[in-house]
Design a binder for this molecule. Structure first.
Ligand code: ZN
Length: 418
């Protein structure tokens, strides 16, 4: 996400203050976009057991950049953010695609240095706590780590800006083990137009972007179109030799006209190419009423220049939230999953929450952090999904796509034509 996190690095003390305020007052943000059903205790107990037994993978967690800003040790319980090993174990969570973030406002050199800082921190966890964390460069690593009761922290890059005009940087990322790259972020870049940016430079992908796609195919790095415009997504589907992914996107069907969410046509196109849509749980993505209310707040931020993370910004949202629903819930998240299953099939949907990226105000009321996956599993059980289908959603589909992308890479590199 991070669209509204642009100024964080300059306002750390304010952000910390704001988080304290959020934590203190969140309980007063009472109205929910949909009143959550009370989970049947038996169903939740069953979901907790299933969550322990199956592999749960989340394709988008922003913990590296958040932790660089606010250093704490996630091997134990921490006071801020959505992710630490105590909550991981409570949620039966097994693998977090660890988002290495690059800012649309930074130059190539600055972004590459920032990438390395986050990368070193992630690798540092695997080195310092080998009995808890393990890197993963392919689906087999994830499965092996799962068998050994190790938490997988595979890497991904959000924003292709650090590639600059240098395709060899992709090889560097591949060697470090990056699983996917979100090709653009909140501003159109040298690769792709952004769905958060009214400045559409390329009407989709740039000529260089087509070269990036080809090289990512060859190297076996998954192409993530979560922040790309509709035109760019269509072009990526058409030009990629491998399946593509949306690492943290929801369904436009429920929030009409919102390009950050995927249309039914795009979801079907991604599925037709054997790809996967990993549903984000930002309340403004899930529910049209929450979206409308958040739009009002974000417009106020834009017009006043006050940040989402400032004390005043948080107070404004909380005050507005007293009378206007801002938080969605697991039931609505399951509606998005149901919808993708209905139009594209059970093999093309997964979970990419954006924890540690969206902030506490945007999280669903009943899914506040990485201990929450069993709440979703309970909702899926209630809707009649089998354990095998739930495992596909919670990890299997993403791992299948990753495996196919690596296979296509192998075939391209072994082909004499290439
Ligand atoms: Zn994002």
């Amino acid at each position: 996400m991070k669209k509204y996190l642009k100024n964080i690095r300059n306002t750390l003390s304010i952000r910390k203050l704001s988080i304290i305020i959020v934590t203190t007052f969140l309980i007063y943000l009472t109205p929910s976009c949909n009143t959550p059903d009370k989970s049947n205790e038996v169903l939740l107990a069953q979901a907790q057991q299933i969550s322990k037994e199956i592999l749960i993978l989340d394709s988008h967690i922003d913990w590296p950049s958040r932790l660089l800003d606010e250093p704490e040790d996630i091997s134990q319980e921490i006071t801020q953010g959505d992710f630490d090993m105590v909550r991981v174990n409570k949620g039966g969570f097994d693998a977090a695609l660890s988002v290495i973030y690059a800012s649309p406002d930074s130059g190539v050199d600055e972004n590459r240095a920032y990438v390395d800082s986050q990368l070193n921190m992630v690798v540092g966890y695997a080195n310092r706590y080998p009995d808890q964390f393990a890197l993963a460069k392919n689906p087999n690593d994830i499965l092996q780590n799962f068998k050994q009761n190790l938490f997988s922290i595979p890497l991904c890059l959000e924003n292709g800006a650090p590639i600059g005009d240098d395709l060899s940087y992709l090889k560097y990322l591949k060697e470090k083990g990056f699983a996917y790259i979100t090709i653009t972020h909140s501003k159109s870049n040298q690769i792709s137009d952004s769905n958060f940016d009214t400045n559409r430079i390329w009407q989709g992908l740039s000529p260089f972007g087509l070269e990036v796609i080809k090289e990512m195919n060859r190297l076996g790095i998954m192409i993530d179109i979560s922040h790309s415009t509709d035109s760019a997504v269509f072009q990526a589907v058409r030009h990629s030799k491998a399946p593509i992914i949306a690492s943290h996107s929801s369904c436009r069907y429920f929030v009409q006209g919102y390009e950050r969410n995927l249309s039914d046509t795009l979801i079907k196109a991604i599925a037709h190419k054997s790809g996967v849509v990993m549903v984000s749980l930002a309340s403004s993505f899930l529910d049209s009423l929450c979206h409308q209310n958040w739009n009002y707040i974000f417009n106020w931020y834009d017009s006043t220049g006050i940040s989402y993370h400032s004390e005043e910004g948080v107070e404004f949202a909380l005050k507005y939230g007293e009378t206007h629903p801002l938080k969605s819930n697991a039931k609505k998240l399951a509606d998005h999953i149901d919808h993708i299953v209905q139009i594209a099939g059970i093999d093309h949907v997964g979970i990419g929450t954006d924890y540690d990226g969206i902030g506490p105000l945007l999280q669903p009321a009943d899914m506040p952090d990485v201990s929450s996956y069993p709440v979703l599993v309970a909702e899926l059980l209630k809707r009649g999904y089998t354990k095998e289908e739930i495992e596909k959603i919670m990890s299997g589909n993403f791992l299948r796509v990753w495996h196919e992308v690596l296979e296509i890479s192998d075939s391209m590199n072994n082909s004499s034509v290439y």
